[in-house]
Design a binder for this molecule. Structure first.
Ligand SMILES: [Zn+2]
Length: 295
């Protein structure tokens, strides 16, 4: 894992693998207390890093499975307390909350998520998880990091801006190969596009994120690419609609988002299909269209 200083007392922690579901980059803030924001370097390595650096709190940026999976082990096996942003922390407290927040229950895939994805990713619920506020990050970093709420990807998703270096930690804004992800009913394209605009307007010199290598040049282009991906998908959804595909299911089968839905195994296909259909719905909502299979 590589440590890159991005402001006084703030380091970017670059995971050994990018573009992986099993790892993500993070931030280490060393102030009066040491807190880590995300950072998954492969099971034991994360725990060892937390112990060696006396990290007292582990702030999960947002509740998604690839970000929250190590937290229960951190809670159980180290002195560090995990916390999640105050908008989403309840999602991780129980099966029922997760089922409701993600719409998994209503879609009939919650059991599959619990039986296949959660064990595969190592996610467990944490009934005692603490909430944190974005202003806590600003206070602990002594203003070296400014929180930029960036919903769309998840309701509590945010970016962090370091004014001293003019660097931006874009979290899961969509710099990775897949691009922007909005596969739950609470995701929203208007919010997402507003978040992208906000990030662009900061005019950052370098971009740091959860799953991609550092962007050191052509930062504006990297942000524009996220928006371009949304526009390209939107065009494809509208084309399908105009060709007479009036249900979410039919449009989802066009493979606009996922070329394959069996990458997490055959049994998990309904879960990936659900994400894909949720993304189709986001586009239809954005266009003000009502699919025939939505009540
Ligand atoms: Zn995410």
């Amino acid at each position: 894992m590589k440590r890159i200083s991005i402001a006084d007392g703030v380091e970017f922690l670059e995971a050994p693998k990018q573009e992986s579901w099993f790892m993500n980059n993070g931030l280490l803030i060393s102030g009066e207390e040491v807190i880590m924001i995300d950072g998954r370097f492969g099971g034991e390595e994360t725990l060892a890093f937390i112990r060696e650096n006396n990290v007292s709190r582990y702030f999960i940026s947002h509740f998604h499975i690839d970000h929250a999976s190590d937290a229960w082990r951190i809670a159980g096996e180290t002195d560090c307390r995990p916390a999640l942003n105050s908008t989403e922390y309840q999602y991780l407290q129980s099966s029922e909350n997760m089922s409701r927040a993600t719409g998994y229950g209503k879609a009939g895939v919650h059991r599959l998520v619990e039986e296949i994805l959660m064990p595969k990713m190592g996610l467990q619920y944490i009934p005692s998880i603490d909430p944190y506020e974005l202003k806590d990050i600003e206070a602990i970093s002594k203003g070296q990091l400014l929180a930029v709420p960036a919903p769309g990807h998840s309701p509590g998703h945010y970016c962090l801006y370091a004014p001293q270096s003019n660097y931006l930690y874009a979290c899961d804004l969509g710099l990775d190969r897949f691009g922007p992800w909005y596969g739950f009913p609470h995701c929203n394209l208007n919010d997402f596009l507003a978040s992208i605009k906000k990030a662009r307007e900061l005019g950052a010199k370098q971009l740091f994120s959860s799953h991609s290598p550092v962007v050191r040049e052509r930062v504006g282009e990297a942000i524009d690419r996220i928006e371009a991906i949304i526009e390209r998908r939107h065009e494809k959804v509208l084309n399908a609609w105009n060709k007479g595909k009036k249900t979410v299911k039919e449009i989802a089968q066009e493979g606009i988002f996922f070329q394959r839905t069996d990458v997490h195994g055959k049994r998990a296909i309904p879960v990936m299909s659900y994400w894909q259909e949720s993304m189709v719905k986001c586009h239809l909502d954005y266009a003000g269209l009502q699919a025939e299979d939505i009540e």
